[in-house]
Design a protein around this ligand. Structure first.
Ligand code: AMP
Ligand code: MG
Length: 407
């Protein structure tokens, strides 16, 4: 028997980091930047107006008030995108739009709300200091500055930043492509009829969706029956398109545990009992260099194993820290018993308490039905209470670590 930590350490020491690809920005979404990107230009690239209004010489409006407005001739309009070089002299103003380049000679912008909005002459009823409502070149980003660091997963804001400095393609470690395969002769496709003794395959749907939630690309492969040749051939076929493989079923002690049977001694795959509940039988290794995670078949075991082992591994493959699910400390609402020596993952419902305007806490209530086949209690849970190996009896009111499930 190995501990959860030993098994995860083994996995993390062996998963390869994906090679970077040069991808167009939207294809790079969810990828992890492989090299820092420096801004080739400053942002904003030129001084421009922060408001719709009038570009003025601040001194010309210094004494303006409601009762004694400054009345000044407007020499023209400057719109965002105008490229003609413009200038004003003292005593003149230009109407200007947000984002339009400041004309030479002007040193402030008066927002249109402080004026009568005039087109030929304008009445300005409030003064503004020099520099007012001007967005200065370089005040956001300086030319040469690193705008997105390496090992950052590219989300919406990072993609916006890269586009803003003119990048069309970037080197990223792509989302890992993960093929998910259920094994079991009892399994049938949802939507089809069942004969006695058969069940619908749920694991492959659940695990494919979990891959996506973990930042990968999930490919669901239809289930394969407990036939050694069929399992091996399917896995070999899938290696072509996979950065990682995840199987469920066929790894425990039964007479038909076909995954264990065909993969023992293949590549570097090894099977272990891991001191956890649920999820004791686990297998992991490399098949022609591709990581394979062989998870147990009971749906809750498969799901918990995915979150505990596969999720951090997929992150490591993208060059990210192998963080677990986000964890909070919560107050246990009921007594819980835990098996000595096993890391125990208890399905539960986490609730948020707003104790005072400035303070909050969490309470977690264990779910009814903790059997590893009981998907009902998993699907209505939003958290896993993670109890350490040495925890045995935890009374209500104990503080426990809780992994928040993706929602
Ligand atoms: P196994 O690990 O193959 O012995 O399966 C353990 C239990 O999980 C059995 O009751 C299986 O019928 C069930 N099981 C295995 N694979 C799936 C699946 N893909 N969907 C739903 N239940 C499954
Ligand atoms: Mg099976």
């Amino acid at each position: 028997m190995r501990t959860v930590d030993e098994h995860l350490t083994d996995i993390l020491a062996n998963v390869p980091v994906l090679a970077p690809l040069d991808l167009a920005l939207l294809e790079a979404a969810g990828g992890v930047l492989a090299e820092p990107v420096a801004a080739p230009v400053a942002l904003p690239p030129f001084d421009n107006s922060a408001m719709d209004g009038y570009a003025v010489v601040a001194e010309d409006v210094a004494g303006a008030s409601e009762n004694d407005p400054a009345v000044l001739p407007v020499i023209g309009d400057i719109a965002a995108g105008d490229s003609g070089v413009s200038a004003i002299r003292p005593g003149l103003v230009a109407r200007i739009m947000t984002g339009a380049p400041m004309p030479a000679g002007a040193d402030a912008v008066i927002p249109v709300e402080w004026t009568d909005g005039g087109a030929a002459t304008v009445r300005i009823s409030r003064p503004a200091p020099s520099g007012h409502y001007i967005r200065r070149a370089g005040e956001d980003v300086v030319a040469g500055q690193i705008v997105v660091g390496p090992d950052v997963r590219l989300g919406a804001t990072q993609l916006g930043m890269l586009a803003a400095v003119g990048k069309a393609r970037v080197p990223v470690r792509p989302k890992p492509r993960v093929v998910v395969l259920s094994t079991g002769s009892e399994l049938r496709e949802p939507g089809t009829d069942l004969a006695p003794g058969q069940i619908w395959d749920s694991n492959s749907f659940m695990l494919t969706a979990a891959v996506v939630e973990a930042g990968g690309v999930g490919y669901r492969q239809t289930m394969v029956e407990d036939d050694p040749r069929a399992v091996l051939e399917t896995l070999e076929d899938q290696l072509m398109r996979a950065d990682a493989l995840v199987t469920s079923g066929g790894v425990s002690m039964g007479a038909r545990d076909v995954v264990k049977e065909v993969l023992t001694g293949v590549g570097t795959v090894e099977f272990h009992k891991v001191a956890m509940r649920p999820g004791k039988p686990q297998g992991f290794g490399l098949l022609e260099g591709t990581p394979i995670f062989t998870l147990p078949g009971n749906p809750v075991s498969a799901y918990v194993s995915f979150q505990v082992f596969v999720r951090p591994a997929l992150r490591a493959m993208q060059g990210l820290p192998p963080e677990p699910l986000p964890t909070v400390t919560a107050l246990l609402a009921e007594d819980v018993r835990s098996p000595q020596g096993l890391r125990h993952f208890v399905r539960g419902r986490l609730t948020f308490n707003r104790d005072t305007p400035m303070r909050h806490s969490y309470t977690v209530t264990p779910a009814e039905g903790q059997g590893s086949h009981q998907l009902g209690s998993l699907s209505s849970a939003n958290a896993l209470i993670a109890l350490a190996e040495d925890a045995v009896d935890l009374p209500a009111g104990s503080h426990v670590e809780v992994l928040r499930l993706p929602s």
